[in-house]
Design a protein around this ligand. Structure first.
Ligand code: CP
Ligand code: NVA
Length: 301
């Protein structure tokens, strides 16, 4: 069994196999009429716990649907409703859940919670986002880029905005999938130092996007950020909005991505989000396919 905790902790050959499987499963699924039976049931008789300590639409629904499509069943659990949210240790929770379920996906705040869950669980644990990383999102994003533009190896990816958890997983992916990643954003919102060496920085967003194959952004205020930071961050990040003028400086066939949910007309304009470069809803769909491939890899199924 394998945990899927972070992209930099997963072997590049395994990551490639997951992306290729995701694409194959997507083709098989989308080639069948809606509602037609699916004989590919690797999670038959498997129960998967989906734990959320933060809100979610895509992660929650795509994991739930993905498990069911593969023949398994799910329990969606709110961290606040579990004893975990009322003082029971993560280690005890992990050991108890491992007696009931075959896999655990957790969205949490501190990375330490995820790591402790993985340490004490005897079933695979999947990272559904922490304050530091969001690997499942970036697996879907790599799948999305490659289905539109071919191999991501050697391409130029530009991140404009906050150096946050989603950026961190892009930085890990840049090394594992061998693409160039440029960060453009204000110095106070630089990515954490642990990511140094995985990307380059260009403060001027217009220079940064020159020659970009992919432009990416995300919310300016993440779920773990204090809401009191909102106004300051808007002032810091206004110049890094992805709008039509900025996209016009990237390659003519550049793609635009956003993991969603978005604050439209803050970090990116609706004209970009709904425009010809945008693949935001393919990204959202591919969460389903990429995570199905991740779950198979975790279980060796
Ligand atoms: N992109 C993403 O993880 O979305 P949710 O917060 O809706 O799960
Ligand atoms: N950076 C965002 C991503 C949401 C999917 C957050 O952590 O809130």
């Amino acid at each position: 069994m394998n945990h899927f905790l972070d992209i930099h902790q997963t072997d590049p050959a395994d990551l490639r196999q997951i992306i290729d499987n995701a694409a194959a499963m997507k083709a098989a699924r989308n080639g069948r009429p809606r509602g037609a039976p699916d004989d590919d049931q690797p999670l038959k008789d498997h129960m998967v716990a989906l734990i959320f300590e933060k809100p979610s639409t895509r992660t929650r629904v795509s994991f739930d649907v993905g498990v069911r499509q593969m023949g398994g069943q799910t329990m969606v659990l709110s961290g606040a409703d579990m004893q975990l949210g009322h003082g029971e240790t993560i280690a005890d929770t992990a050991r108890v859940l491992s007696r009931y379920v075959d896999m655990i996906m957790i969205r949490t705040f501190e990375e330490q919670t995820l790591l402790e869950m993985a340490e004490y669980a005897s079933v695979p644990v999947i990272n559904g986002l922490t304050n530091r990383t969001h690997p499942c999102q970036i697996m879907a994003d790599i799948q999305t880029f490659e289905e539109h533009r071919g191999p991501i190896k050697g391409r130029k990816v530009v991140w404009s905005g906050d150096g946050n958890n989603v950026f961190a997983s892009f930085a890990h992916a840049a090394k594992q999938f061998d693409f160039d990643l440029v960060f453009t954003g204000p110095e106070p919102l630089d990515p954490e130092r642990a990511l140094d060496g995985l990307y380059t920085t260009e403060r001027d967003p217009q220079k940064a996007v020159e020659g970009a194959d992919l432009v990416v952004t995300d919310t300016w205020v993440s779920m773990h950020d204090p809401q009191s930071a909102r106004e300051r961050r808007h002032n810091q990040l206004r110049g890094y909005q992805v709008n039509d003028a900025l996209m016009a400086l990237a390659k003519p066939d550049a793609l635009f991505m956003h993991c969603l949910p978005a604050h439209r007309d803050d970090e990116a304009t609706s004209s970009v989000m709904d425009g010809p470069h945008s693949v935001i809803f393919d990204e959202a769909e591919n969460r389903l396919h990429a995570q199905k491939a991740v779950m198979r890899w975790c279980l060796g199924a």
